[in-house]
Design a protein around this ligand. Structure first.
Ligand SMILES: [Zn+2]
Ligand SMILES: [Zn+2]
Ligand SMILES: [Zn+2]
Ligand SMILES: [Zn+2]
Length: 306
């Protein structure tokens, strides 16, 4: 695990910012097992419309063109994103101008296409406008990497992200629903170089991220621990967790509901939805000389009876 000093600001807030207009060919990170079973289906659904799809392929970025679709005076089409980037028609080199191709826009709007998350398991086939709306809330849409310390652009389904956390972020993985963690920092004053850690727990057939970190609220350093669920909000709510930190005759307990990793790490942190340990208390818990920070966090995750 690498310390991520001061990188909190860089966390990607949400998918929606660049999601609507991402080219069709965007690479989805899918666990190998899933890829094998659904790829064939993806191809079948599209075959009957192949020629229309070719018509709607932007010659510059190769993505599917959605309205507004532009064309050169000779009728060569290109997508609105690429139109902003090039001065001349990529086919005939004619000056582009600002000409829309309304006929093709109508074709694009009338097409029913599979949800872009088909490869991740979505079966829905929808007309253009509804499809864009659906894709933003599609429950199969990829998750962002839950690793918080650095800007990580990786997204994918849960099995892929679990493998990614393990191999690329060297995150500790634990089996079981109870845990006992120690966080030790030799210089308790040092919040600038924020300590934060991520541990993944594997229980009830799901994965849970335990985040522990230090940050400042105004001038006051604060420690925080919380759990996020690797899956949708709907499933996250089926679980509860408790965290307990103590030592030196004092104890604090937090009980909460894990937040889905659909909620960005910074969102959860800013809403303070977790165990918050003020610095004075953290030093009490650590005992000793007030120099070294030694926190013992015990926790448990359980499934609520529905
Ligand atoms: Zn394009
Ligand atoms: Zn042209
Ligand atoms: Zn979908
Ligand atoms: Zn990552």
């Amino acid at each position: 695990m690498t310390p991520g000093g001061g990188a909190y600001e860089g966390i990607i807030e949400s998918l929606s910012g660049n999601y609507d207009f991402a080219p069709e060919s965007v690479e989805l990170r899918v666990s190998p097992r899933r890829k094998a079973s659904t790829l064939t289906g993806a191809n079948c659904g599209v075959t009957s419309n192949t020629s229309v799809h070719e018509l709607l392929e932007c010659p510059v970025c190769m993505g599917v063109m959605y309205p507004p679709i532009h064309q050169c005076p000779n009728g060569h089409t290109l997508c609105s994103k690429c139109q902003l980037k090039v001065q001349r028609c990529p086919i005939c080199r004619h000056e582009l101008g600002n000409i829309r191709c309304l006929a093709l826009e109508k074709v694009a709007e009338s097409l029913e296409l599979p949800c872009r998350n088909q490869i991740l398991g979505c079966q829905d086939i929808l007309p253009y406008h509804r499809r864009l709306r659906h894709e933003q809330i599609c429950r199969f849409r990829p998750y962002n990497c839950p690793y918080a310390g650095a800007e990580c652009p990786v997204s994918g389904d849960i099995p892929f992200l679990v493998a990614h956390l393990k191999s690329d972020h060297k995150v500790d993985m634990h089996d079981g629903s109870t845990f006992n963690h120690r966080y030790v920092k030799s210089n308790a004053q040092d919040v600038e170089n924020a300590t934060w850690m991520l541990t993944v727990f594997n229980c009830y057939g799901h994965q849970f991220c335990l985040h522990f970190e230090a940050f400042s609220i105004g001038m006051a350093p604060v420690y925080m621990a919380f759990i996020r669920f690797m899956g949708d909000d709907h499933d996250a709510k089926k679980f509860s967790y408790s965290l307990e930190v103590g030592g030196n005759g004092r104890k604090m307990t937090w009980q909460g509901v894990p937040r889905s990793i659909r909620d960005s790490h910074s969102n959860v942190r800013d809403s303070m939805d977790g165990l918050i340990i003020q610095r004075n208390m953290a030093l009490f818990f650590s005992g000793g000389n007030k120099q070294e920070l030694k926190l013992k966090v015990a926790g448990r995750i359980w499934k609520e009876l529905s």
